[in-house]
Ligand binder design. Structure first.
Ligand code: NAD
Length: 256
């Protein structure tokens, strides 16, 4: 563990009035959900074009089978120490918000109150024809291997997440841009920063004067613009940052 960098991040968080975290699939790998581009990523086994919206319309049964196999809620899936550390930072008044590219709901499950979901959420499925919304639990309770259909109009349902080729929810994107502009520390956690427009947010934050921190187990596309890069596992690094902050308060090095 690069402890000097852990202390450096704790110090930045201590000084900032508004820190924001942008999280990606890497924060949830320790919870048992694979990422896309990491060494064990989904794209080692599945062609990315399967996550294009046009593919859902052409092959809804196949896309639903994929979604259920990767993302269906399992009892074993729970927030890990990285999600919990971000929730703790928020309750300590050291984190304004989490902007997430994830669709798994694990930040909310860990107790984070302000979570901006850029790519939608697996809590719901939505009708591609009439827009009727269902909870995913309701849909999965009758799932039989074929794409579920709308009870009202018979249209194919879609998990309420953003597929490639679809726009991001405008309200969430606006909030994410505003938070990036306001942030004094902008932490990217578990994201390859390969997916636009989420990967523009660190640039917006940097342009508005934020210090950029990247915590990732491999290189990202924005390492060179970062002030601190910690190469490591989020579930190990983030609890250390919380510990370092608490130690700083106990020892009087930081203001509470
Ligand atoms: P990505 O797969 O492109 O990148 C994940 C990064 O996290 C990789 O660089 C990997 O090396 C790193 N990583 C893996 N495990 C880590 C760990 N324990 N600690 C720190 N870093 C770790 O993911 P992305 O940038 O989020 O973009 C992929 C898209 O896929 C996102 O839009 C997201 O919506 C979606 N997705 C979401 C989930 C989820 O909700 N859990 C899972 C897979 C994909």
């Amino acid at each position: 563990m690069q402890m000097d960098k852990v202390f450096q991040v704790a110090d930045l968080l201590n000084r900032a009035n508004c820190a924001v975290a942008l999280t990606g699939a890497g924060i949830s790998t320790a919870s048992g959900i694979p990422d896309f581009r990491g060494p064990q990523g989904i794209w080692r086994k599945v062609d990315p074009s399967k996550f294009e919206i046009s593919h859902l319309y052409r092959n809804p049964d196949e896309v639903w089978r994929l979604f259920v196999s990767i993302f269906a809620p399992k009892e074993t899936i729970a927030p890990n120490p990285a999600h919990k550390a971000l929730a703790q930072l928020e309750s300590m008044g050291k984190l304004c918000a989490v902007i997430t590219q994830n669709v798994d709901g694990l930040h909310q499950a860990a107790g984070s109150a302000r979570v901006v979901e850029l790519h939608g959420s697996l809590r719901y499925a939505v009708c591609t024809k009439c827009g009727m919304k269902y909870t995913l639990g309701e849909v999965l309770s009758t799932y039989n291997g074929s794409a579920p259909r709308c009870r009202v109009c018979g249209g194919v349902l879609k998990p309420d997440v953003v597929f490639f080729g679809e726009p991001l929810p405008q309200e969430a994107l606006n909030e994410a841009v505003l938070l990036s502009e306001l942030s004094e520390v902008f932490m990217v956690i578990g994201s390859s920063l390969a997916v636009a427009p989420a990967n523009r947010l660190p640039l917006i934050a940097k342009r508005h004067g934020a210090k950029i921190v990247i915590i990732n187990s491999g290189p990202t596309e924005m390492d060179e613009i970062a002030d601190v890069v910690i190469e490591g596992r989020a579930e190990e690094v983030l609890p250390r940052i919380v510990e370092a902050l608490r130690a700083g308060y106990r020892e009087g090095a930081f203001r509470d």
